[in-house]
Write a protein that binds this ligand. Structure first.
Ligand code: ZN
Length: 132
């Protein structure tokens, strides 16, 4: 698949990180990304072109492929966040830095590193490292 941009990555993560049974609204996405609605709409369009989400009349639905890519991003994020925090970097700082590359890392690399550091079950955020 075509690589994501930082903003597309943030958008996909924002959509799937919402703890709600209702689909996220465009205005909420814009809010989370700190951009205006037209910009958010553009990102949504690009994500739909990559077949990661579907925009059904303002309702954002994540496709199977989108969920797979999200899972890979989150695994890489938690893996490298664990590495950085274990090296003495604060969680906030680790989280901020890992965001910049977690979506570019090859999933096989992330899973090798995860097993090398003993497959930690929980990330420092207290969430599961492997998401289903
Ligand atoms: Zn984080």
């Amino acid at each position: 698949m075509e690589k994501l941009t930082q903003r597309e990555r943030d958008c996909l993560v924002a959509i799937l990180s919402v703890n709600s049974e209702f689909p996220i609204r465009l205005s909420e996405i814009a809010n989370k990304l700190s951009v205006r609605s037209p910009t958010a709409l553009n990102v949504i369009k690009r994500l739909s072109e990559k077949n990661l989400i579907k925009d059904k009349g303002g309702m954002i639905i994540v496709t199977k492929e989108g969920k797979k890519v999200y899972k890979e991003i989150i695994e890489a994020h938690r893996c490298f966040e664990a590495l950085l925090t274990e090296s003495g970097i604060s969680l906030d700082e680790a989280c901020k830095q890992v965001r910049k590359f977690d979506y570019l890392i090859d999933p096989n690399t992330a899973s090798k590193v995860l097993s090398h550091i003993g497959n930690p079950k929980l990330s420092k955020h207290g969430r599961k490292v492997i998401v289903n």
